[in-house]
Design a binder for this molecule. Structure first.
Ligand code: MG
Length: 388
């Protein structure tokens, strides 16, 4: 019996997944990779599996299954395909932590399965909590499962709360870089292109989340994520624009004291903290140099321009499956924008109409979330088809 933590990485070929493997490689005595999964990137999955020698890999896309299997069977690595396999591989006895780094709604069911199997969750897939926060946090509570945030803002809050868990939170401030279109008016946003939207000033991320950062949907989802992770009311969560992305978020306690967590923007730090909590492992990540940083500045967000942030607060007020609808619409709208089928501001329109017009179910079960997700995607897809 080794003292190593067994790790399953769902989404190992994406931006978070590859950085997580860098973190893990630095501590071979502390972590054992047990499961790696990819959506379509078979070549990278094979390369990762040869290096980290997991027990099991999953490729969601069935086309490359045979090729991966032929490459990996001599290494005694089990290969599975299809999205449903994700929910099965997280249950293995040798897994301690499941890093959920899938993109979008697809993260919900595998993450729930990992919770049901009693695994600690390192959560990068915020949509799991956006779509079904009520159900997911309830099941985690009942199973005694901890969910450690990987999202940098939530990791910041979590780090500020260490040693303070018995002290009530008065308020939290999630910081936002403001994205590539910070300070723009609605008319200035009318003609922005896909290429402009994909140029994030501070963070290197996948396409979906980069567009969500440009529309502030990502920040809206983070507000919802924070509500569930830290058991807060919507009016206890504020967003402040901080273009330098040095302060990653702030907690304000009932005595008025505020704690902030700072550092250079580098996802490897929150990934590592989620895997090593409650310890901090020595790292060679670049350090903040005050000779190169002259000021930290703060601004308000204009929610009338960046309507997605406002829609996230509306979704929390409406409760039930409203946020599930918002997420579904946004996945369709962002995909359409990335394929040049709709304009930037039409993302807001599609999100708003879908959330308003698709039914919302109170006290939803998993089946209700699945149904509303499908209805909302179909509704949003029809709106896209009408436009383009
Ligand atoms: Mg974030």
């Amino acid at each position: 019996m080794s003292g190593k933590k067994g790790i399953a990485i769902l989404g190992s070929t994406g931006s978070i997944g590859t950085q997580a493997l860098e973190v893990v490689s630095a501590f071979p005595d502390s972590f054992d990779i047990q499961v790696l999964t990819a959506n379509t990137n078979a070549d990278l999955l094979i390369e990762q599996a040869k290096k980290f020698k997991p027990n099991q890999v999953v490729i969601a896309d069935e086309n490359d299954y045979t090729r991966i299997k032929n490459e990996l069977w001599p290494l005694d690595i089990h290969v599975y395909c299809g999205h449903d396999s994700l929910s099965q591989v997280v249950e293995g006895n040798d897994i301690d932590i499941v890093l959920s780094a899938l993109v979008g709604y697809s993260g919900l069911e595998p993450t729930l399965s990992a919770i049901e199997a009693g695994k600690t969750i390192a959560l990068a897939n915020k949509e799991t909590l956006v779509v079904a926060g009520e159900l997911v946090t309830q099941r985690a509570y009942e199973k005694g499962v901890n969910i450690y945030p990987v999202d940098s803002e939530h990791s910041a809050i979590f780090q500020c709360l260490t040693g303070e868990f018995h002290n009530p939170i008065e308020k939290i401030y999630l910081t936002a870089s403001g994205g590539p279109f910070r300070g723009r008016t609605a008319s200035e946003l009318q003609a922005v292109t896909r290429e402009q939207a994909l140029k994030h000033p501070n963070w290197e991320m996948g396409h979906k989340i980069t567009i969500d950062s440009a529309t502030l949907m990502n920040k809206g989802f983070e507000v919802i994520e924070a509500k569930w992770l830290f058991n807060l009311k919507p009016n206890q969560i504020d967003v402040v624009v901080h273009p330098q992305s040095i302060i990653h978020s702030i907690v304000q306690f009932e005595d008025g004291s505020m704690k902030a967590q700072m550092g250079l923007p580098d996802m490897k730090l929150p990934i590592q903290y989620a895997l090593t909590y409650p310890d901090r492992f020595e790292s060679d990540f670049p350090r903040l140099d005050f000779n190169k940083l002259s000021q930290l500045t703060f601004e308000q967000v204009d929610r009338n321009v960046f309507k997605n942030l406002d829609l996230a607060y509306q979704a929390m007020d409406r409760a039930g499956t409203a946020a599930c609808s918002l997420n579904a619409a946004n996945e369709i709208a962002v995909d359409a924008f990335l394929n040049d089928r709709i304009k930037f501001l039409q993302i807001f329109e599609i999100n708003e109409r879908t959330m308003r017009e698709v039914r919302s179910i109170d006290k939803p079960t998993l089946a209700d979330y699945i149904a509303v997700n499908n209805e909302s995607r179909n509704f949003a897809q029809e709106l896209v088809n009408q436009i383009s």
